[in-house]
Ligand binder design. Structure first.
Ligand SMILES: [Ca+2]
Length: 156
């Protein structure tokens, strides 16, 4: 609560606040800042009928963006995507995808295939409409920071 009050004061009095920060805030150095990498968004890069949606029976390619929501840049980010659904087959790649460096607040898309998609899979023609396909992401950087994130793809 004390820190919140200080932050509110700082909105208009940045200079004065810098001089009066309590130790708990003033001592927050670079070593205490961490990158946090998580799923940001995806888009359908290619699908069989070109409607931009993932339909049952289609083989699709998705582009996936990751974002650094932390307080420090991440170096050498690699993401391994996995899927566990009875309606999905031919999920690739089974290896990590190099996202490179991700600055604070930056959103980055990486692709694995020549066709510029990040991941690719086939949806069974027996998939019920409205099924949510869960995709997990295991993320690591060169400093051995690890994160897990996930998102759902709706089958139209
Ligand atoms: Ca489609």
């Amino acid at each position: 609560m004390k820190n919140l009050s200080i932050l509110l004061l700082c909105a208009g009095l940045l200079q004065a606040c810098t001089l009066n920060l309590p130790d708990s805030v003033a001592d927050t150095g670079y070593e205490n800042k961490i990158p946090v990498i998580e799923f940001d968004k995806y888009s359908v890069y290619f699908d069989y009928n070109n409607d931009g949606f993932v339909n049952k029976g289609e083989t699709v390619g998705l582009q996936v963006w990751l974002k650094n929501t932390g307080t420090r840049a991440a170096k050498g980010v690699e993401a391994l995507f996995s899927i566990n659904s009875p309606y999905v087959s031919n999920f690739t790649p089974g290896t990590g995808i190099d996202y490179g460096d991700i600055a604070i607040g930056e959103t980055v898309m990486a692709y694995f295939y020549v066709n510029y998609s990040t991941i690719q899979f086939t949806v069974s023609s027996s998939t019920p409409e409205g099924t949510q396909i869960p995709i997990s992401i295991s993320i690591v950087d060169e400093s051995d920071n690890t994160w897990t994130s996930s998102f759902n793809v709706a089958i139209q």
